[in-house]
Design a protein around this ligand. Structure first.
Ligand code: HEM
Length: 370
């Protein structure tokens, strides 16, 4: 792992499912690691690191419960459904722009700007600031751990935290109808979120809100292009879009692994002793191709019935954004197939490359023509 640490990797579906629900595997390393082993004490500015990592995905109950309940309401399927028309409109605008050119680089022209625009509008991030996030967040999720990369990560972390504090100050002075303003008010009214937690929350929502969706669209479209029979079936039966998105999440999902967990105590897990403080990684993509759980696991079948995939995780950290994600994926891929009946890959498949790092499964580029 980055920094030279070793970790256990859990790959079978049943084990992954259990590990994600097991309260003995915790998210906050401060509860188990000695201070000298904490990443925050190895970076130039421990405060910045603490701010950016004080969010629900690195917390355990009761903090996790409190943090998650503050934003839960904004992401229920009913609330998210209200964004459908807007997501549709953004999608159509982007496809109009691409249509005139006859080709596009699907990641940069569509799969990235769509979710970035949506989560930025939900949160209330001004348009002119959005592109900067791409570089920052790319640095966080792609870091392989060498010294040069780590320096870049720290620089981006600091810049991001400074920006978020400025945004919080603007919205406390002049609230608008957006989620950041509502979170700022929740802080001042009920003493529910500290400033550190506020920065961590917005940071997490922004990163989680687009780093994954871009890959659902990118990997999903690539899988369909490589399975023309499935793509044609979907084009002929648009009602299949819901099971198709679930299958694309399973077959070629956006995340290779869940985020890291730590053994709270010595844990006997499936006959293996995992010692207190050791790191555990759950390989979501491997579990989603487990032949003991999924019939013909390596086949893409958009009509698959039994599909309890782990692409959104499991247990208390189950993806908060799943309803938003499903909606964006359904709207984007359905619109793309309907608009461009001759959609095809515009490069040699062997030339496609992926971003480095063990967390996201992310194409660098995906040139298509139509
Ligand atoms: C295809 C897209 C997405 C995938 C595959 C995905 C996947 C995941 C997974 C696997 C987890 C659990 C991680 C773990 O247990 O270590 C997670 C958590 C989370 N996701 Fe997503 N996600 C997606 C999109 C989104 C979006 C659009 C949002 C926007 C709000 C979001 C917000 C979150 C948050 C806040 C958490 C932490 C929940 C908690 O700790 O309780 N995700 N996501």
């Amino acid at each position: 792992m980055p920094g030279g640490r070793s970790a256990w990797m859990i790959t079978r579906y049943e084990d992954a499912d259990e590990a994600l629900k097991d309260p003995r595997f915790i998210k906050n390393p401060r509860s188990v690691l000695p201070p000298e082993d904490l990443l925050e004490n190895k970076v130039p500015d421990a405060n910045v690191h603490r701010q950016i990592s004080s969010h629900m995905l690195s917390s355990d109950p009761p903090d996790h419960t409190r943090l998650r309940s503050l934003v839960n309401k904004a992401f229920t399927p009913r609330m998210i459904e209200q964004w459908r028309e807007r997501i549709q409109a953004i999608t159509e605008d982007m496809l109009n722009a691409a249509e005139q050119k006859g080709q596009m680089e699907l990641i940069n022209d569509f799969a990235f700007p769509l979710p970035m625009t949506v989560i930025s509008e939900i949160l209330g991030i001004p348009e002119e600031d959005r592109l900067q996030f791409r570089q920052w967040s790319n640095d966080f999720v792609s870091s392989g751990g060498d010294e040069g990369q780590l320096q870049r990560v720290y620089g981006s972390m600091e810049a991001f935290a400074r920006y978020l504090m400025k945004l919080i100050a603007w919205r406390s002075e002049k609230p608008e109808d957006d989620l950041v303003s509502r979170l700022v008010q929740a802080e001042s009214e009920g003493d529910k979120l500290s400033e550190v937690e506020l920065v961590g929350m917005i940071f997490l929502l922004l990163i989680a809100g687009h780093e994954t969706t871009v890959n659902l669209i990118g990997n999903g479209v690539l899988a369909l292009l490589q399975h023309p029979d499935q793509m044609e079936k979907l084009r002929q039966n648009p009602d299949l879009i819901k099971p198709a998105i679930e299958e694309l999440l399973r077959y070629n999902g956006p995340l290779l692994t869940a985020t890291g967990r730590w053994a709270r105590e010595d844990v006997e897990f499936k006959g293996t002793l995992i010692r207190k403080g050791e790191m555990v990684m759950v390989a979501l993509s491997a579990a989603n191709r487990d032949g003991q759980t999924f019939q013909d696991a390596d086949e893409l079948d958009i009509t698959r019935k039994e599909n309890q995939h782990l692409a959104f995780g499991k247990g208390i950290h189950y993806c908060l954004g799943a309803p938003l994600e499903r909606l964006e994926g359904q709207v984007a891929i359905a619109a793309l197939l309907q608009r461009f009946p001759s959609l095809r890959l515009n490069t040699d498949p062997k030339s496609l490359t992926y971003r480095s790092g063990s967390l996201v499964h992310a194409l660098d580029t995906l040139p298509v023509a139509f």
